[in-house]
Design a binder for this molecule. Structure first.
Ligand SMILES: Cc1cc2nc3c(=O)[nH]c(=O)nc-3n(C[C@H](O)[C@H](O)[C@H](O)COP(=O)(O)OP(=O)(O)OC[C@H]3O[C@@H](n4cnc5c(N)ncnc54)[C@H](O)[C@@H]3O)c2cc1C
Length: 289
């Protein structure tokens, strides 16, 4: 379907974009890659009267290590994450994730910031960012505010962003030695949203005991979920088969799936358990290298 009519605005600076957001409020939407927003407009599920295209704002596309963080600029495309040597060597979990987002055409345009700001529990990056303890830098009229990812997802398609704020950067703490992660997703066909997916990030000590665990769940609740009980269970324990299976069981109990065309509740819980075993095993293997 053709989207409803809208006014197209193309700011060249962040303050200009924020000015438009202040001026038009709820009638305006930021346009990044357009890979969620444009389909929503075509289905007439979103009807912004003003589209604020931030793609011409310079300096928002980068991937760099700085001040203890991996910093990803708001306009960095999925394809850039997928092929970044820095991501490949330091954050293979992000590469696992980006590779299963949609298809190469979508990934050439879609941004990590848009993937998070959309607030869709079916999107892949939120679970990974939850497992990594990311922070969202949001810029508004009063300057920058940093939102921990645990506080970012409020409910379906609703985030902690204020109407006049723009995500400008994603910050991920650099991994400690002996850290590793993995993301496992089941989709009905290549390019589909997840039936369920699990992200796991672990830090082990020299004897293989878990110091830190982050576990995020995709598409099994009204928001992306952090499996806190499973994370807590793993801390101080060896990553052996029994503990991995017990943590996966706890993660499946923390999932809040609903039945839909992708399957019934019990199937999705079982899936979370199996995917959690795989993600934790991959994370432990990478952390041990
Ligand atoms: C065919 C298809 C298949 C897909 N499959 C998957 C999949 O398997 N997994 C997956 O995770 N996603 C999938 N998606 C969704 C898509 O990849 C993401 O939601 C997309 O990455 C959103 O990023 P974007 O830059 O395109 O955002 P846009 O579409 O431009 O924006 C999305 C929303 O976020 C807001 N927004 C965007 N950027 C900012 C910003 N910097 N600050 C504040 N608000 C902002 C917009 O106003 C809008 O509300 C699919 C999409 C398509 C079309």
């Amino acid at each position: 379907m053709i989207p409803p009519a809208f006014e197209y605005l193309r700011p060249s600076t962040i303050p200009e974009a924020i000015g438009f957001l202040q001026q038009y409020g709820d009638d305006a939407k930021i346009l990044s890659g357009g890979q969620s927003l444009i389909p929503m407009m075509k289905f007439r599920l979103a009807r912004p009267a003003y589209l604020i295209d931030i793609n011409r704002i310079a300096g928002l596309s980068y991937i760099r290590e700085e001040g203890g963080y991996l910093k990803i600029g708001a306009l960095t495309r999925e394809a850039e994450l997928e092929h970044s040597p820095l991501i490949q060597s330091r954050f293979p979990i992000i590469q696992d994730t980006t590779r299963v987002v949609a298809d190469p055409q979508v990934r050439n345009l879609a941004t990590l910031a848009g993937n998070l700001a959309h607030g869709d529990p079916a999107n892949d990056h939120p679970a990974t960012m939850l497992s990594l303890g990311a922070k969202i830098a949001a810029t508004g009229p009063k300057g920058e505010r940093v939102i921990p990812i645990e506080e970012f997802f409020i409910t379906l398609f609703t985030t902690a962003l204020k109407p006049d704020e723009i995500v400008t950067e994603i910050r991920i703490p650099l991994p400690l030695p002996r850290s590793g992660g993995g993301y496992f997703k089941l989709e009905r066909k290549v390019g589909d949203f997840a039936t369920a997916a699990v992200a796991a990030q672990l830090t082990l000590d020299a004897s293989g005991v878990c110091q830190q665990a982050g576990i995020g769940l995709t598409n099994v609740g009204p928001t992306p979920l952090k499996a806190r009980t499973a994370e807590e269970f793993l801390r101080g324990k060896k990553l052996d088969d029994a503990n991995i299976r017990q943590a996966a069981q706890l993660a499946s109990e923390e999932a809040q799936p609903s039945a839909d065309l992708r399957g019934p509740v019990e199937y999705k819980r079982g899936l979370v358990k199996e995917l959690a075993v795989r993600a934790l095993s991959r994370a432990a293997e990478r952390a041990s290298k």
